[in-house]
Design a protein around this ligand. Structure first.
Ligand code: ADP
Ligand code: MG
Length: 225
């Protein structure tokens, strides 16, 4: 069991926070946003300066699973004055103890994917690839594989999406890094196989930028109760 999971279970946490979820993703080779967990407005300003504006500010807690709904996300922060305002607004909106405030790079890209993992009583860990963003529910365009599977299977999975053309040269943007996406899909399956305590994984969204690079901008790892 990964130490991050052991520690969360020890504390009785229902999930890993976004920050810890992404630490685990990176440990499995999945690319995630550059980010810093901070404890004060002063630390937030220093972190944003180091990352470079624009940045995103989010409240970070293992008990905060739907951050937007809770008013805990501010994207596209352009300068220190706006950062401090967002910090205050989010602190006031989220009335619970936090692990800290997350300051992260703002990722630009019009193509959004979702990568998920659920456990099926019959089949075991099941990896899902779908379209992310506003169209997720409208399009209902998803592909599934039972883990473990190899990168050849993962490439097939991408081809099963009705909207797979967004992974190619798309509106003047470079093709998505399909090999890295394949590694990401197999790694998510491996994470569940190697960590029995993981109930669900939700990478939503995984953004594809104009250069075809992938970045997990949000991640949630839910633990078994
Ligand atoms: P939630 O817990 O509500 O799912 P997210 O972290 O996914 O919160 O943030 C909500 C939305 O804000 C995302 O779906 C994405 O569109 C946008 N967003 C979040 N973080 C970033 C980021 N680092 N760069 C660009 N967009 C982001
Ligand atoms: Mg999200």
């Amino acid at each position: 069991m990964h130490p991050l999971i052991r520690s969360a279970l020890g504390k009785g946490d229902p999930a890993l926070s976004e920050y810890n979820s992404k630490l685990l993703l990176r440990a499995y080779g999945i690319p995630a946003t550059r980010e810093t967990l901070v404890q004060s407005p002063g630390e937030a300003a220093a972190a944003a300066e180091a990352l470079g504006y624009p940045v995103v500010v989010k409240a970070c807690s293992p008990r905060l699973m739907h951050k937007s709904e809770a008013g805990a996300v501010a994207v596209g922060i352009q300068n220190e004055a706006d950062l401090l305002k967002a910090y205050d607004r989010i602190s006031a909106a989220v009335a619970q103890p936090l692990e800290g405030m997350l300051i992260q790079e703002m990722v630009r890209g019009s193509r959004e994917l979702v990568v998920g993992l659920t456990r099926d009583a019959q089949f075991g860990p099941c990896v899902m690839l779908g379209l992310g963003g506003v169209l997720t529910e409208v399009l209902n365009d998803t592909a599934f594989r039972v883990a473990p599977f190899d990168t050849v299977e993962a490439l097939d999975m991408m081809g099963e999406l009705r909207s797979h053309a967004i992974l190619d040269n798309f509106r003047g943007q470079a093709p998505a890094d399909r090999n890295l996406l394949a590694e990401t899909l197999t790694a998510v399956g491996r994470m569940a196989l190697e960590n029995e305590a993981i109930a669900e994984i939700d990478i939503n969204p995984l953004i594809i930028d104009a250069q075809g690079r992938l970045t997990a901008v949000d991640a949630l790892i839910v633990l078994r109760g």
